[in-house]
Design a protein around this ligand. Sequence first.
Ligand code: HEM
Length: 109
Amino acid sequence: MSIVKINALTVPAEQREVLEQRFASRAGAVEGSDGFEWFELLRPVEGTDQYLVYTRWRSEEDFQAWMEGPMKAAHQGGGGGGERPKPAASGSSVWSFEVVQQAAPKPQG
Ligand code: HEM
């Protein structure tokens, strides 16, 4: 079964807009990475102040391969060096999970 990697971002209130804007103009490269299955940027509503970057992968190896290559590019603002804007997040930690069960809606009709 798949694995889930969540990057939990601590974002000061006045930086939320900046963070969401940065994701709105993200590289979009992860979609083409081998073994990539899903991405969501989750905005906190209740119970936490952390934004979650939810990613789901076919295997740990696929995630590691993305981390070593495409992720670095995707986190350099697309410019590959040069002026990197100050990060919107003041902290981050990566959480790892294995998918134990899953369900999707039954096809209708
Ligand atoms: C040092 C910790 C990290 C911080 C502060 C951070 C923050 C960000 C920000 C602000 C963006 C928007 C694009 C940009 O401005 O560069 C981004 C893109 C992204 N981040 Fe992170 N990130 C970190 C590490 C990670 C990790 C470990 C993962 C994996 C769970 C991850 C998953 C993603 C994905 C999937 C994208 C979109 C890339 C694309 O469109 O190709 N990030 N991240």
